[in-house]
Design a protein around this ligand. Sequence first.
Ligand code: HEC
Length: 104
Amino acid sequence: MHIRKLLACGLLATSTLLAACATTTRWDKDYAKAPEPVKTDWDLTKQRCTGCHSLERVFLQLNLAKDRGDVEWMVQDMAAHPGSGIRQSEIQPITDTLDWHRTQ
Ligand code: HEC
């Protein structure tokens, strides 16, 4: 693991974020094979979707998604949480990034 990432995880070590830090790298190898801009937007997705829970939760739900619409609904629903930090302009790139994985 990169040293700066380790440091960031250490500094922000609440129990939730610790869980998030432990699991965010699991899908990195899949996204290393993704085309642009999915590959780049994976970093944004990890940032935006690990503030309140781990990515485990996201990918569990992703297994149940039938189409892109399901994925978009999930991202919009999360963006609507108070303090989510997810901008309207980020909904599309995050949806595309998660939907890419669904179709692999
Ligand atoms: C502001 C905090 C917050 C952020 C940021 C956040 N979530 Fe959530 N998420 C929650 C809460 C709270 C729940 C549980 C209650 C609920 O389902 O709304 C949850 C639950 C979930 C679930 C489980 C839903 C289910 O039916 O079991 C999924 C999937 C999910 N989030 C995906 C995401 C994705 C994708 C992102 C990034 C776009 C994200 N979350 C970012 C707060 C957040």
